[in-house]
Every structure is written in structure tokens, then in C-alpha cells.
Design a protein around this ligand. Structure first.
Ligand code: NDP
Ligand code: 8X3
Length: 249
């Protein structure tokens, strides 16, 4: 069994790669930060004695996606975890930055589509009854103030998950989404363009989820019997009841 996790250089993707490696799966890990990718690859191989292939590319760049997956040759992933993604900015729509919008749409939406198309075709051509797990968000279920474009991309991931499940049915490829609430990763640092103090405040006085919590859910969904498909898992911290209802001490 081979698991391909996009965005495995930090946060949820890194924890997911670790979880599957700890269960003995071979991995294909991806990201843009080449040194981080090499460090994750080395650590997983040393610790868990599994085979780890790393592919360094920008998921927004379709020719790069194609070349990276072509480099796998006849290797077909059994599971694709579409995790790479980000939020950029938190502003009213009328004040939104175009470069933030482009980054979110190109990564969360177009990047996920590029990956899914090429890997799904590999599964189909290889006769693999595969599984695709999309990392959505509570922002794909609700809309909150200033979340506009990020929420739109995650609502699109929600719609695509449901569409993929229908289109891939004839090939018996399972499709699942895991939709987290607040998880403390590099997510908020990226959202606020590197402002670590502002990022820290997001989780002040409450206990957020960890990447490992989400990795557990991904692993659980992936390890159900062949005849069981998990459609969607929404997972929040106990301190969070909705996108905007958060209990802080
Ligand atoms: P991190 O910032 O910690 O990780 C994001 C990962 O995505 C990194 O490995 C990064 O790798 C990769 N990535 C980002 N842009 C690109 C790109 N253009 N090409 C290739 N890889 C890219 O955040 P999280 O782990 O929190 O985020 C993972 C997913 O979880 C995202 O889809 C996010 O929307 C979702 N999510 C996060 C929540 C949270 O509260 N943290 C809640 C709900 C959903 P690199 O920079 O090396 O390219
Ligand atoms: C990340 C969770 O609430 O910041 O998708 O949108 S939230």
C-alpha cells in the first residue's frame, strides 16, 4: 500500500505521513520546501523503515504536477490525501488582496484538481481500487466574517468531494473529506503573512486540535473495510462549537 500526501512538510500533512509510516505504509510526500521535505523523508525512513519518495513541486503549477507524478513511473498510489492548502489574509471582501485570492484559489482548488485528475487516472489505468481523502474545513461548511475567499475554496472542496464520489463510483474509488476546525499548525502564520504573534492569538485561551488529531481521523477513514466508504468527518476542538463559537478561558 502506497500513500501520497500532498503538503507533507508541516502540520496536518506531516502528521498524516508520520501516522501512515508508523502503520507500515510506504509513502510519497510532497511540498515546495526541499530541505524540509528531505528532512521528513529521512526521519520517516530511519524511524519506521518504510520506503519514502519525495516529490518537490508547486501544486499550483500544472506542468510541475504532471512531471512529478510522471516521475513515479508505474508506481500507483492506493491513497491520495489532498492536503496541501492555505488561507491568506482575513479581510472584508472589498479590502481583499488579489494576490491572496489567487494563491488560495490556485492552491486549494486548482492544485487539488490537478492532483486528483492525474492520480485518479493512474488508479483507473492501474486497476487500483483507490481512495482519495480531501482535507476540507469547517470553513467549507460555514462562512464567517472576513473568511470570504478561503471559505469559498473550502466550500468548493466540499462540492468537489461529493462530485468526485459520484464520478469515481464506476471505478470503486472511495472519496472522503475530513473537515477540521481549529488546528494549531503553520496555518495561521501563513494566513497572516508570517506574523507569529497574531497567529498565536488565534489559539489563545483554548485548546486547539493538533495535526496528529487529524492524522488519526484520516487513518481511521482509510482503514475501514473495502465495502465501507466514509463520506465526511467534521472534527473540532472540544472548545469549538462552530467556526465562530469558541470557548476561551
Ligand atoms: P500548514 O501551513 O502547516 O501546512 C500546509 C502544507 O501545504 C505545507 O506542507 C505546504 O508545504 C503545503 N503547500 C502549501 N502551498 C503549497 C503549494 N503551492 N504547493 C505545494 N504544497 C503547498 O497548514 P495545515 O497543516 O494546517 O494545512 C493543511 C490543510 O488543512 C490545508 O488544506 C488547510 O486549509 C486545511 N485546514 C487547516 C486547518 C487549521 O486550522 N490548521 C483547519 C481546517 C483545514 P510547502 O510550504 O513546503 O510547499
Ligand atoms: C481552517 C479553520 O476556522 O480558520 O480551515 O477557517 S478556519
Amino acid at each position: 500500500m502506497i500513500v501520497l500526501v500532498t503538503g507533507s512538510t508541516s502540520g496536518i500533512g506531516k502528521a498524516t505521513a508520520e501516522k501512515f509510516a508508523s502503520e507500515g505504509y510506504d509513502l510519497i510526500i510532497t511540498g515546495r520546501r526541499v530541505e524540509r521535505l528531505a528532512a521528513v523523508q529521512h526521519a520517516l525512513q530511519e524511524r519506521f523503515k518504510v520506503k519514502v519518495t519525495s516529490l518537490c513541486f508547486d501544486i499550483r503549477n500544472q506542468p510541475e504536477v504532471e512531471a512529478a507524478i510522471a516521475s513515479l513511473g508505474t508506481v500507483v498510489p492506493n491513497l491520495l490525501v489532498n492536503n496541501a492548502g492555505l488561507a491568506a489574509g482575513l479581510s472584508p471582501l472589498q479590502e481583499g488582496r488579489l494576490d491572496h485570492w489567487e494563491r488560495m484559489i490556485d492552491t486549494n482548488l486548482k492544485g487539488l484538481l490537478y492532483m486528483t485528475r492525474i492520480v485518479a487516472n493512474k488508479m483507473i489505468d492501474g486497476g487500483v481500487r483507490g481512495h482519495i481523502i480531501n482535507i476540507g474545513s469547517i470553513a467549507g461548511k460555514e462562512v464567517y466574517a472576513n473568511g470570504n475567499v478561503y471559505c469559498a475554496t473550502k466550500h468548493a472542496v466540499d462540492a468537489l468531494t461529493r462530485g468526485m464520489r459520484i464520478d469515481l463510483l464506476p471505478h470503486r474509488i472511495k472519496v472522503t473529506s475530513v473537515s477540521p476546525g481549529m488546528v494549531e499548525t503553520e496555518f495561521s502564520i501563513v494566513r497572516f503573512d508570517g506574523d507569529e504573534a497574531r497567529a498565536k492569538k488565534v489559539y489563545e485561551g483554548m485548546q486547539p486540535l493538533t495535526g496528529e488529531d487529524i492524522a488519526d481521523a484520516v487513518y481511521w477513514a482509510a482503514s475501514r473495510p473495502a465495502h465501507v466508504n466514509i463520506s465526511d468527518i467534521v472534527i473540532t476542538p472540544t472548545d469549538q462549537a462552530s467556526a465562530t463559537n469558541v470557548l476561551r478561558s
